[in-house]
Design a protein around this ligand. Structure first.
Ligand code: TXA
Ligand code: MG
Length: 319
């Protein structure tokens, strides 16, 4: 395993770290890399053999389509057909925590396996200097789900990746992810714009650019498997909207509402800070052996919608 020093930019990486990682990708291998949302487990999106290694490493059902990460709008336009609304969203929010689901473009290079055989492709330009440097050096789309074993909490620091995926994975260490929850997924298909997964970009911000509300009725047929009821699960059970702590519970607080909580996602009640801390704190309470984590109520606006979505899935009965 190659783990490089902590850094929020490229300055902490050895000079050849990006080139070495791009070489691993070109040879059909896997590279875990930081994005602004969570760490991704990347492979050459154009190679089914390389993409298959992602599914194997994650222990993930093969029918889940993956997000293909690209360096530029031009590269995205080679892979997906942009509706006028998709174009406006990409111009407003890329690079950033937004994934667009688009019809696959004729001549696109992302392989069928990365799209799980669908006629659509998931595309994103991540806002992280290491991710962008890697994408630029590699020059092809990189398919990357979150770098955790399937059904587990997404990693927001390099140590979480190593804990989940072990010693075989090549990791670029970019420190902690600033956003901390996965990208917001929006499908732009046949004139309709619909929310498939709340995430690091708020619905309010997207609607402000569109000038109309997003379709939030659960999409049929293009369901994102990140919507499986039990997903993003820690080992501990979760009790949501807790007003107090019961015997033996560890408390995960927000805004100082719970007495005797172990950790507070944001003592000042800041939803962005809470999102950035969410997975790391759930992992930390798990590591302490908590049987049940009682979580304080989180306001359901802005990034709170994504936080509550992940908490509900983590609290769901395990399948
Ligand atoms: O922030 C993120 O989105 C992170 C970083 C690494 O970019 N990635 C991530 O990937 O969360 P993953 O694989 O854990 O979640 C990707 C979601 C899945 O729920 C998948 O089903 C959905 O994107 N998806 C990808 N392509 C799709 C498509 N063509 N149609 C419907 N859903 C798609
Ligand atoms: Mg994931």
């Amino acid at each position: 395993m190659a783990v490089f020093p902590n850094s929020h930019d490229l300055s902490g990486l050895p000079p050849d770290a990006i080139a070495a990682a791009a070489h691993v990708l070109a040879a059909g291998g896997l590279v875990a890399f930081p994005t602004e949302t969570v760490y991704g487990l990347g492979a050459d999106a154009t190679s089914p053999e390389a993409v298959a290694k992602i599914y194997a490493a994650k222990g993930r059902p093969q029918f889940n389509p993956l997000i293909s990460h690209v360096f530029s709008l031009e590269a995205a336009e080679r892979e997906g057909l942009f509706t006028p609304e998709a174009r406006r969203l990409s111009e407003a929010f890329w690079p950033g925590p937004l994934t667009l689901i688009l019809p696959r473009a004729p001549g696109g290079t992302v392989c069928d396996l990365a799209c799980a055989g669908l006629a659509t492709v998931g595309l994103r330009i991540p806002a992280h200097p290491i991710a962008l440097a890697l994408l630029r050096a590699f020059g092809r789309p990189v398919a990357a789900p979150s770098a955790n074993r399937s059904g587990r909490i997404s990693p927001t620091q390099a140590a979480d990746v190593a804990a989940d995926l072990g010693a075989t994975v090549h990791i670029l260490d970019g420190g902690r992810c600033a956003v901390g929850v996965e990208s917001t997924i929006v499908a732009c298909l046949e004139g309709a714009v619909s929310l498939l997964r709340p995430g690091g970009l708020s619905v309010e911000a997207i609607e402000a650019v569109l000038g109309h509300p997003l379709d939030q009725t659960p999409a049929k047929g293009i369901q994102a498997p990140g919507m499986l009821a039990s997903h993003y699960a820690p080992n501990a059970a979760l009790r949501l909207n807790a007003a107090d702590l019961r015997a033996g519970e560890a408390g995960l607080d927000f805004g100082g509402a719970l007495a005797n909580a172990s950790l507070d996602l944001s003592p000042g009640g800041d939803l962005q800070e809470a999102a950035a801390n969410l997975y790391r704190y759930l992992r930390a309470l798990d590591a302490r052996g908590a049987k049940t984590i009682a979580v304080a109520a989180i306001p359901d606006k802005g990034l709170g919608a994504a936080i509550n979505d992940r908490l509900r899935r983590a609290a769901a009965p395990r399948g």
